[in-house]
Design a protein around this ligand. Structure first.
Ligand code: CP
Length: 330
């Protein structure tokens, strides 16, 4: 595998996919491939972030993102601190800005933030001297999820350009959908959005997305079927008549999947609601579902992002795993 570019990335923070170029995304995915290989070894640890401090600040629940950012930082040798809103002075009334100023005074090198409000992570980044990574802000963006999804697809199918990706479900409230729509568009994939009208944002056509309200039509000849959960925590009122009716029309089962390409891959960012947006047996069918693979890719992508942002901070040439590891060529 060829070496990566010796230049630090052009971005100091990772607040979204918006603003990244195709070469930026390719650079992150190429480095992630090398970390996938590293993570499959018995010795997974490197010291390239030795002496650095990473704070994970989560104002919303998370299993995959928080754990994988913690693993990623620790595998690269950083000191990692985990903070949740419920166990912080925010419970005593401290504001987001005061919390940021307080953490900034402790000189962290990276702040990883998940927040329920769109734009909160960008606001916080303006108050910090260190790199800030958006681990999901409201229904706005979840950039590392889109990057890990892209890595999963690229390793399976070899490329992103020209693929037809059907994103199905609660697109209105989904930061995963927004980040994926942007990334897939930048990388030359065709994106379809399949949802009832109540779960679609306006002006999807401006994002270059083809809209469908019927699963069978939207899934026709798709290469990738990306399912989303109903984000009840972001809904005010009822957006679907019932989960039973929703599953009947928009839940992925074998009959609907048969409209996609015979080898089409099933993806889901998790957490899944089995029997609501996806048939349980289909979710576990490893001949079609790459849901567990997405989780594995999440650690590698987050290592690559932490590595790249640390180079920006010091303006140093690459100190990634390329000097010690052979890539797996995936
Ligand atoms: N996909 C995702 O963001 O999952 P978590 O909420 O578990 O982090």
């Amino acid at each position: 595998m060829s070496d990566i570019s010796p230049t630090p990335p052009s971005f100091r923070h990772l607040l979204g996919i918006e603003g990244l170029s195709a070469p930026d995304i390719t650079e992150i995915l190429d480095l992630s491939d090398k970390y996938v290989a590293q993570n499959r070894q018995v010795d997974k640890k490197r010291s390239i972030l030795g002496g650095r401090t990473q704070i994970n600040l989560f104002f919303e629940t998370s299993t995959r993102t928080r754990t994988s950012f913690e693993l990623a930082g620790k595998r690269l040798g950083a000191d990692v601190i985990n903070m949740t809103a419920t166990a912080s002075a925010i419970k005593k009334g401290e504001t987001l800005i005061d919390t940021a100023a307080t953490l900034n005074a402790m000189h962290p090198d990276t702040l990883v933030v998940r927040h329920p409000h769109s734009g909160a992570v960008a606001l916080l980044s303006q108050k910090m001297d260190c790199s800030v990574i958006n681990a999901g802000d409201g229904s706005h963006e979840h950039p590392t999820q889109a990057l890990l999804d892209a890595l999963t697809i690229r390793r399976r199918l070899g490329h992103l350009h020209g693929l037809t990706v059907a994103i199905c479900g609660d697109i209105l409230h989904s930061r995963v959908a927004r980040s994926n729509i942007m990334l897939l568009g930048i990388m030359g994939a065709h994106v379809r959005a399949i949802a009832p009208p109540t779960l679609l944002p306006g002006q999807m056509d401006r994002m270059g997305v083809e809209v469908f309200h019927n699963m069978e039509e939207g899934l026709a000849d798709a290469d990738i079927v990306m399912m989303l959960r109903l984000q009840n925590e972001r809904m005010n009122g009822a957006y679907v008549p019932s989960t039973r009716e929703y599953y009947h029309f928009f839940g992925l089962d074998r009959a609907k999947l048969s409209k996609a390409k015979p080898e089409a891959l099933i993806m889901h960012p998790g957490p899944m609601n089995r029997g609501v947006e996806i048939d349980s047996e289909l979710a576990d069918d490893i001949s079609r579902s790459v849901i567990r693979e997405q989780v594995e890719m999440g650690v590698a992508v987050r290592m690559a992002v932490l590595d790249l942002l640390s180079r920006h901070a010091t303006n140093q040439p690459p100190i990634g795993p390329t000097d010690t590891l052979a890539g797996d060529g995936a």
